[in-house]
Write a protein that binds this ligand. Sequence first.
Ligand code: SF4
Length: 349
Amino acid sequence: MTVTDLTSESRSSWTSRITNGPAGYGGIVADEQWAAAVRRLADLRNATILAHNYQLPAIQDVADHVGDSLALSRIAAEAPEDTIVFCGVHFMAETAKILSPQKTVLIPDQRAGCSLADSITAEDLRAWKAEYPDAVVVSYVNTTAAVKALTDVCCTSANAVEVVASIPADREVLFCPDQFLGAHVRRVTGRTNLHVWAGECHVHAGINGDELAAQAKAHPDAELFVHPECGCATSALYLAGEGAVPDDRVKILSTGGMLEAARQTSARQVLVATEIGMLHQLRRAAPGVDFQAVNDRASCGYMKMITPAALLRCLTDGADEVHVDPDVAAAARRSVQRMIEIGQPGGGE
Ligand code: SF4
């Protein structure tokens, strides 16, 4: 059976049920039949399915690999399949395309954006650079390909401190787009010539210090895993500094770092400050630990646009394909590769 055969079979049995609205594609229940169809279509397309940690549990469970943005892009580059289906938001699929220009990269719904990546455009960055012509530009991987192409070195939340520390102390640094990660880097490096762009992710910014303090008080024996993009990263360190939470109970971690820490923790309960999709992988990694969200409303609507219906449509129609201009991709690739040369990149968000 060819993809075309299966496509027509699927069109009659599946795609007639798919609906399309502003919140994404719907109308399909993620049951065993759906999972089998997804796997069959992926095989026929010679595609590998990658899912970000913040995806819906059903999408994570049907994927070939689950992880954070950069780790998945590196898996995409090494995968033997010539088609990559990236279940995540658009800048992540772009990064996979940047690192694998010869492959077909598909995203199940190209409307899945990111408020953090959207908080700085290439035009914004060009104007900022003109104000500080000698500065080194460090961009978090949550940026568009066009912004990465204007960047000297990319960074992830796991290596942002290391990347900034590798820049000569007398060079000014422009750090974008996340203000909370930037504040974390400035605090750790003690660097006063680090200029931070005032961008933020609406989901992470919504996890605030008051909630964290209340949760820490209500669960005095729990450890705290905090993503540095969270508005509460500063509060978590402050709480530790004030003795409200013992220092060793607060861990500022990338999503990849959270999974490693989950496997090693001796705590019975862990409070998690990041997007709630992360809880699914943490619970799988350490089933004996009680993982609870600091804010259980911290759900990224963009990530959740990758629905069971969207994935099925993507595999059936070969859409939406991600394109990056080859010159932009080459310049963006250089900034990602410089980061990889500096040190262990971890996985980003
Ligand atoms: S959680 Fe925030 S940073 Fe992550 S994809 Fe959603 S909007 Fe972007």
